[in-house]
Design a protein around this ligand. Structure first.
Ligand code: C5P
Length: 233
């Protein structure tokens, strides 16, 4: 397919807005992320449309439920032919192993990754739900549990990638949002790294939204990021 490390976040409310951006991109230069808002509005039909255009899709639905339900949801998502999907690591090892069994029942074999601690959670938010660990220790604990369950990787802040890369297997995937090329606006992100810094810290793939989707020429913004990345290889 393609070896691009850039996953473009399709943060849109409906299929037609998403497709008008996608039609300006090239499936050999990026992958696409479809999250809860767009999938709830546009459903499997949009995924089929995107895969028929040869795009690889990260279906970012962050499943978290009883093991049997998550297994079935992961099987159904895998049957859509997506490249990657995810669950919440805080659902526990049994739930993650069930998710993997669901994925394995499908003829497609997407990557299954987990979310550790959402970057929107503060230390106070963790205290509220009875977690006494520091955010950093909780992220590491859940990433290690994800690896133990046999999943392929985790979503993490680019700033956490360096610590996780040291503690986890070399082939364990680290998918990092919060990426901003040096020249781009920070938008509402606060803890950001450039594409080059994130890869140097150990990231496997970069989730990039507005620096591409809001650019005057999205394809040029994407090409510039790919070139920046290639120049360090
Ligand atoms: O536009 P921007 O590059 O900030 O978009 C980043 C994407 O990554 C969005 O889809 C956002 O929801 C997602 N994300 C994030 N931080 C996380 C997890 C996901 O920004 N910790």
């Amino acid at each position: 397919m393609n070896d691009s490390k850039v996953i473009v976040a399709l943060d849109y409310a409906d299929a037609s807005s998403a497709l008008s951006l996608v039609n300006q991109l090239d499936p050999s230069l990026c992958k696409l992320k479809v999250g809860k808002e767009l999938f709830t509005a546009a459903g499997p039909q949009l995924i089929e449309k995107l895969t028929s255009k040869n795009f690889q899709i990260f279906l970012d639905l962050k499943f978290h439920d009883i093991p049997n339900t998550v297994a079935k949801a992961c099987e159904a998502a895998s049957n859509l032919g997506v490249w990657m999907l995810n669950v919440h690591a805080s659902g526990g090892k049994t739930m993650m192993q069930a998710a993997l069994e669901g994925v394995d029942k499908s003829k497609h074999s997407p990557y299954l990754i987990a979310v550790t601690v959402l970057t929107s959670m503060s230390q106070a938010n963790l205290d509220e739900i009875g977690i006494e660990n520091s955010i950093e220790n909780q992220v590491l604990k859940l990433a290690q549990l994800t690896q133990l369950a046999g999943l392929h990787g985790v979503v993490c802040s680019a700033l956490e990638a360096q610590l996780l890369r040291k503690q986890l297997a070399q082939d364990f995937l680290l998918i990092t949002p919060g990426i901003r090329p040096a020249t781009a606006s920070k938008d509402d992100q606060t803890r950001i790294l450039t594409p080059t810094q994130a890869l140097a810290a150990g990231a496997s793939y970069l989730v990039v939204g507005r620096p591409i989707t809001q650019a005057n020429r999205p394809i040029e913004a994407l090409i510039a990021i790919n070139e920046e990345i290639q120049s360090i290889n």
